[in-house]
Write a protein that binds this ligand. Structure first.
Ligand code: HEC
Ligand code: HEC
Length: 163
């Protein structure tokens, strides 16, 4: 893993513990998106791709997506209705405009949550952050799709999206 911890450790020595917590919270707002913690969501939504952090889309998006899992980006991702209900509850509670807003607010800039966007990779902020990624890189055999976050963000599973 790359080291977000190192600057924190330095500031710990230099500034003491409360400053450390503050620094970590500040840094966290920018590129940290809490990974899915619920084991059911992790399993059901992490088998075909990274279990995308709930804080990357607003609640209305998750609600819509969970209502049409049989038509999920050209795939059938249906699960048992009782399980779908649980997954939806977790995603909605931690969404970019609910419990996860501290992390997701930045990605929501210029987005009307009620429009229920279905792709993180189409959010204006996401597009801006990736505008310098060249075409060939998206098409690289180890990447293939914008949704393959882990190909470029080695620590995505841990919630970190730096270089
Ligand atoms: C059967 C495989 C499969 C399962 C299971 C699955 N997905 Fe997907 N998902 C896909 C495919 C395929 C795409 C489109 C990927 C692409 O564009 O390359 C996708 C895309 C997405 C995207 C949009 C990514 C983007 O481009 O921003 C989100 C969000 C998403 N899935 C959430 C979920 C959630 C939540 C679950 C669990 C309920 C789930 N997925 C389960 C196959 C699956
Ligand atoms: C082809 C490689 C590639 C893929 C695939 C990719 N990214 Fe990125 N991402 C980048 C690069 C390069 C940057 C810019 C890094 C920088 O400015 O430090 C970036 C920046 C980001 C940032 C902003 C980080 C910050 O703090 O400024 C976020 C958030 C992010 N990506 C999330 C994602 C998510 C979520 C996915 C999958 C849906 C994804 N990325 C897929 C290459 C990629």
């Amino acid at each position: 893993m790359k080291f977000p911890l190192r600057p924190f450790a330095l500031s710990l020595l230099a500034l003491g513990f409360s400053a450390l917590v503050y620094t970590s919270a500040q840094a966290g707002g920018g590129h940290y998106y809490p990974p899915v913690k619920d084991p059911v969501v992790k399993e059901e939504c992490g088998s075909c791709h990274l279990a995308f952090p709930a804080a990357m889309l607003p609640a209305a998006s998750w609600q819509k997506m969970m209502g049409e899992l049989d038509r999920h980006f050209g795939d059938n991702a249906s699960v048992d209705p009782a399980i779908a209900k649980k997954i939806a509850a977790y995603l909605v509670a931690n969404a970019a405009d609910t419990g996860g807003s501290r992390y997701g607010a930045k990605l929501m800039r210029g987005v009307d949550p009620a429009s229920a966007p279905q792709r993180i990779t189409k959010l204006p902020k996401w597009v801006r952050e990736h505008r310098e990624v060249p075409d060939w890189e998206w098409r690289h055999k180890d990447v293939r799709t914008k949704a393959n976050c882990v190909a470029c963000h080695a620590d995505a599973e841990l919630g970190y999206y730096e270089d």
